[in-house]
Every structure is written in C-alpha cells, then in structure tokens.
Design a protein around this ligand. Structure first.
Ligand SMILES: [Zn+2]
Length: 284
C-alpha cells in the first residue's frame, strides 16, 4: 500500500491508548527488519529518517527502499523526516515523496521556532503532509545537565499551547527529560509536565530517546498521552552487537550476508519487543 497517514495513526493511538513506534532506518537491512516485524505483529510503523541517515543512504535510495517496503506491507508504513533542521530539507523530502515531517526548531528562540514551524506546516498541509514540532530541548545523554539547565530545557506548558495554536502542528514532541543515546543510570521523566501539556493541547505527543526508558515509565507516558515513541539507539546496538558476535566466533568471514543477516534478525527481536510494549500490535 502507499505510505500510511501519520496523523491518522497517532490519533488512533491517542484514542485507544497505545503508541506507534518510530524506528530509524540506516540501511536496507534496518528497513526490511522493521517492516517485516510490523507485519508479523499487525502494527502500524513509522520509519524515521534522520538528516544524517539521509545523507548516508542517499535520499533517492532511502525513498525508494522505504516505498518498496510500504508497497509490500499489509500494515501502514509511514516515512517520517526525523529532526528536520531547515525549510530546505523539508522541501527536499517532500520532493522525494515523504508524507510526514518533523521540523525541529527547538534550538532557536521561541519566536523563531514558531515562525519556522508555521512555514513548514503551511507548505506541508497544502500537500496533505503532516507535521511534528518540538518544544523545549531534547538533548543527548552526553549533555550532563545541572538542575537549572534541566529545568530550562524542559517544555513550558504555557508555551506549548501558544506554539500549537500559532503553528497548527499535528503532533508535538515536548522535552520532558528524555535524551538521545544510551542513558547513564535511570532517566528522570517529568510526567507532571507531560500531563499538563496533554491537557492543555489535546494533541498526540511524541517521546524521543526511547532506548533505555524502563517499561513502566513507557506505559505511564502512553497513559499520559504519548502516542509516538522514537527508538534508534537500541536497534543500532543490536545490529552492531550481532556483527561483533559473528566476528568473535570466526575472524575469517568475508561474505557480508553472513554478518548482515544475523544483524537484521537482531533488529527484528528488538523491534518486536518495543511494538508489544507500546501496545500497537494488532492495530495496523
Ligand atoms: Zn529525537
């Protein structure tokens, strides 16, 4: 089937109390593994395309691979730009068939974030493409934040209402203390903020940095209105660990299929566990 509806999938998740997983793709094997498991589990799925991965794969190759996966799929597959940084990047993706976009203006002052996001929403909505925006700063685990810095990075619920109204976005990623990469210790999520933002905006919310958040916190986030969760690091680790294991056993391996095959299988296990945790199995 053609690419699925981003807004439709997230609204359904919000209504029925589950989250759709966004799993980032880095190559053909990631794409195959993610879409195969989504089909086995009967779950809608979002393929995340970061600017770095687009650069690595080549935008034409990435679009063609994702499109082939969607066409072969019996469940909705959505190709989503992850952390798009500029209007130009968004235009490039639209030209290559993307049907949903994240514009991340969170490193700009509030007014500039609003202006950039609004411009992207106007262009995308004219084409029936949906948009996720970000408010507050979702950093990396390497950012060792002080208490004050953490507070400054978290979403301000009052700003969230103004942001949603001014931009017309379809989903919001509010910074609530999660981070990209592997956490050192237990992540500390600001659930009170999440609840407030949900109550004030009514929009589907997105949780970034899904790797390493305890299952119970994931369930709590979904109960509080998160209907999309992004996972990348866990799949990257599973993929690379599987390749390491092949070479640990036999240094003489030279056929790429002999290590990329097991790596692809390792991603399938990781994605399956997340789909079941997020409650999206059987919702596709
Ligand atoms: Zn992210």
């Amino acid at each position: 089937m053609p690419f699925g509806s981003f807004k439709g999938a997230l609204q359904d998740g919000l209504k029925h109390g589950y989250a759709v997983g966004q799993f980032n793709i880095n190559n053909l094997e990631f794409t195959q593994a993610i879409v195969e498991v989504a089909n086995e589990e009967g779950s809608p799925v979002i393929l995340g395309a970061s600017e770095g991965a687009i650069k690595y794969m080549g935008i034409e190759y990435m679009a063609a691979i994702a499109k082939a996966a969607a066409e072969k799929s019996k469940v909705p597959v959505i190709l989503h730009l992850d952390h798009g940084g500029s209007f130009e990047m968004v235009m490039k993706c639209l030209r290559h068939g993307w049907t949903s976009i994240m514009i991340d203006g969170s490193h700009h002052p509030f007014d500039e974030n609003v202006a950039l996001t609004k411009k992207v929403v106007e262009a995308c909505h004219a084409l029936g493409v949906h948009v996720e925006g970000e408010l507050g700063r979702i950093g990396g685990v390497e950012d060792d934040l002080t208490v004050d810095a953490r507070e400054a990075a978290l979403v301000q619920p009052g700003e969230a209402v103004a942001f949603v109204q001014a931009t017309g976005i379809d989903a919001l990623a509010p910074a609530i203390g999660s981070a990209h990469g592997h956490y050192q210790g237990k992540p500390d999520l600001a659930f009170d903020r999440l609840r407030e933002v949900r109550d004030l905006t009514g929009l589907p919310l997105v949780l970034h940095g899904g790797t390493g958040i305890p299952d119970e916190d994931i369930r709590q986030a979904i109960r509080l209105g998160v209907s999309k969760i992004n996972v990348n690091t866990e799949n990257q680790s599973a993929f690379t660990d599987a390749i390491r294991a092949v070479f640990a056993k036999d240094q003489a391996v030279y056929d790429p299929r002999k290590y990329l095959g097991p790596a692809r299988e390792a991603i399938k296990d990781a994605v399956r566990a997340k789909i079941r945790l997020f409650g999206s199995a059987g919702r596709g």
